[in-house]
Structures are given as C-alpha cells and as structure tokens.
Design a protein around this ligand. Structure first.
Ligand SMILES: Cc1ncc(COP(=O)(O)O)c(C=O)c1O
Length: 422
C-alpha cells in the first residue's frame, strides 16, 4: 500500500454521501477510484489487494478486458429492446445455463433478491391447486432485502422493524433433515436453502444433506430450490456449489434441484439475475405471470455469456478450487486457541470464511489499514472472496498480510496480558 498523508478527497466524498445518500449501509471510510485485476485504488492513490470482490461479484477482478469488450460491443449494437421481443443474446445465455445445470428454462432479472422472488412465485403457482404456498427455509440463511426475500431470510436481525412479515415462510435449523421433514405441513410447497450459507458465516451443507432434502421433497411432492446467488458462477470451484457438494456422493449423476437462483458473479460485475427452473415447472409461469423491464436485456445477456464462456474456457473453476484450497490450508495453519484472532476456516474454492475471536468488523478495519479488503459475514466471520483468476503471488500476499495482522494481535494480547476467552 502506497501511503499518502492526505484524506481530503475521501473526506469530501464521505461528506456528500452523508448529506445526500440514505445511510442504510455500514460503509468503511474509504472511497475507491479505479481497479485493475486483484487490486483497487482509493481516491488518495492507496492500493489495496481486493478479496472483498464486490461481495462475490467481481469474478474476473477489476477492469477485465473480457468484460470491457463485451460491454463495448453490446453498447454499440443493442442495449435494450424490452421483453416484448426476442434477441439472440438472451437465447444464448439461457442455453448456456440450461446446458450447465440441467433440462429446464430460465427467467432473467437484475439481482439476487429478484432471482429468489421468481422462485417464491413459482412455489405459489405450483401449490395453488392444493392450497399450498409455504416455503421452508433455514436458520442463518440470507435471501435478500425485498419484503419477501427478507421473510425468507432466517436471521431475525434482517427482519426486525419491518413487520408484518410476508406470510408463507418458516425457518427450520440448518443441516437437520429430521426437523425439516417434521416441519412439512399441508400448506408446504417448497424448500429453499443456500448450498453454502454466505452472509450467515460461510457454512457449507454436505452432499448427503442436499440428497436428503431431495428425498423429502420427492416424498411430500415439494419443489427443491437452491439459492446460489453468492455461490454460483464457479465461485465454489464448480459452476454451482450444489454440483461441487454432490461430487463423489451416491446419486451425484442425475441429481437436480427444481429451481436455482443466481446473480452476483454471473456477469462479473454487470447486474443480472437468473432463475433456472427444472422441466416442466418453468411452464407454470405463463405469459403475463411474471416480468421485469430490464431483466435479460441484450447488454446484460451479452456480458454474462461472454464472462461465463471465458471462465469455462480458461478453467477458472479448477483454478480457484486449487488456489482456494491453498489459501484455506495456510490460514487454517495460523489458527490457534490462544494466539491471535484466527479461530478456524470454512468454505470452498473462492468463498472462504475465517472465524475470528474479535469483532469481524474490527478485523476487517485492521486489514483495510494494511491494504487488504475482506467482507465481514455476521459478527465473527470475515470472508475471503478473491477473483477466480487471482494469481499465486496474490494469494501469497494475502497470506502474508493475514499472518502479520494475526501476529500483531497476538503480540498486543501478550503485552496487554489477556489470554484466550474463558
Ligand atoms: C445467498 C444470497 N441470496 C440473495 C442475495 C441478495 O442478492 P441482491 O443483493 O443482489 O438482491 C444475496 C446477497 O448477498 C445472497 O448472498
């Protein structure tokens, strides 16, 4: 990190935010100006290694030539034409997603919450004839900030103060198949889970759990939905995290959910949401039943198709699987019950969670001051979300910064004479 004494440009931007923007985000006090690859520069000229990655969005890092070229071409050709008509880019992107997931159809939107909303409406259409409408989700989950996505979210702190909640969602403990099955009632239409909980602290399900959910859904005539908004687009090492978790499991071949919500990394920074729906359920949403003005524009679809094709051609899933494993292993080796703040590491590929003994926010602030961006997940976990094309040297740099910060904390603890929590 190159340091500059001046914070004048930052202060000026922060002051205008304070004055003109709704203060709904707990932002870190830094303003960014530009990025390149795994690095980002603030308005004072300081450089940071970016493992926040726009919270699992910037799969190709910053200023990717792949993204820039697709954006430029689509912008010069056709940006928007409305869903009253057809266009080639929409056909191509939907075809890619269906080939990579399974036989089905795709609905395009603009965000993760919207991708989930399509699943919520699908569940209601599916259950309508027998009076079923309820979706079971799990504790600790996160599904977005619209009213319905908030109601689906299994975290009281997200829902607090915005009642009454949209009806039709119930939360059961994560990873507890017996409790899930006991919770199924006559009004239940679907089950929705994240294969790896992101905002909830990077907690991964297992293939056996996902298979168990499939069996419950099959026994009771329910739809099985996965929220892969954070875990999709190769972040786990496979295109979707459920595919990664099912590797080597009995019934891996042919295993499919009935719906998958995707967004974040699909176009590596350009906004897009997509909901894949397994055959034949996509046809439940007939003409006039669901829509989005901007969803699936030629621009968004061109960019996402270019990004996904590039990721696949370059083998970025395999790359991040290997680099993530090394990062995970080396950070795990720093974990100690009585030294520093690193407690343990969870997650897969480029979605890692480091459980910390201090406040996650305080650790993220310390790392920010050391020129390293990470994303807190809850009170006690920081997420490491490198670009999928991160280099080995950049992984080494991240490890060195984490080691130095952890050692400094251990030193501070020893000097101040405090030990591990009782
Ligand atoms: C698993 C999951 N679902 C849904 C969302 C909501 O996505 P968006 O903010 O694009 O609406 C998020 C965002 O963090 C997420 O992690």
């Amino acid at each position: 990190m190159t340091t500059s004494r001046s914070n004048q440009a930052t202060e000026e931007i922060l002051e205008r935010y304070r004055r003109y923007l709704v203060p709904s985000y707990a932002r870190f006090p830094v303003a960014f100006a530009r990025g390149k690859g795994s690095y980002i520069w603030d308005v004072e000229g300081r450089r940071y290694l970016d493992f926040c990655g726009g919270i699992a969005v910037n799969g190709l890092g910053h200023a990717s030539p792949v993204l820039a070229k697709a954006l430029e071409e689509a912008a010069a050709r056709l940006v928007h034409c409305s869903n009253l008509y057809y266009h080639r880019a929409g056909a191509e992107l939907a075809e890619i997603l269906v080939h990579w997931i399974g036989p089905g159809k795709v609905f395009f939107s603009n965000s993760g919450a919207e991708a989930n909303e399509c699943l919520f409406k699908l569940a209601r259409r599916f259950g309508e004839a027998r009076g079923a409408f309820e979706i079971l989700t799990v504790e600790g989950s996160f599904h977005g900030r619209t009213l319905a996505a908030m109601a689906a979210t299994g975290q009281e702190k997200v829902r607090r103060g915005f009642g009454p909640a949209v009806p039709g969602f119930r939360h059961v403990p994560f990873l507890d198949l017996a409790e899930m099955e006991r919770s199924v009632g006559p009004a239940t239409a679907a089950i929705l889970v994240e294969p790896i909980q992101g905002e909830g602290g990077v907690r991964a399900a297992t293939g056996a759990y996902l298979r168990g959910l499939r069996r419950i859904c099959d026994r009771h005539g329910l739809l099985l939905f996965f929220d892969e908004v954070q875990t999709g687009a190769f972040r786990s090492g496979r295109f979707l995290a459920f595919q990664r978790l099912m590797e080597g499991c009995e019934e891996e071949a042919g295993f499919l959910p009935d719906g998958v919500a995707m967004a974040k990394g699909l176009a590596a920074g350009f906004p897009i949401g997509a909901t894949w729906i397994r055959d034949p359920y996509g046809d439940l949403l007939g003409p006039g039943s669901h829509a989005s003005t901007f969803g699936g524009s030629p621009l968004a679809c061109t960019v996402a198709a270019a990004v996904l094709r590039y990721m696949e051609a370059e083998g970025l899933g395999q790359e991040i699987r290997e680099k993530g494993e090394r990062l995970s292993r080396e950070v795990q080796a720093m974990a100690s019950p009585d030294h520093g703040w690193i407690e343990s590491v969870s997650g897969l590929g480029g979605l890692l969670g480091v459980r910390v003994r201090r406040s996650a926010r305080a650790v993220a602030e310390d790392l920010l001051a050391r020129g390293f961006l990470v994303a807190p997940a809850g009170d006690r976990v920081i997420r490491l979300l490198p670009p999928l094309n991160v280099s080995s040297e950049e992984i080494s740099e991240a490890i060195a910064i984490l080691r130095a910060a952890n050692e400094a904390e251990a030193q501070r603890g020893e000097n101040e004479g405090y030990g591990p929590p009782a």
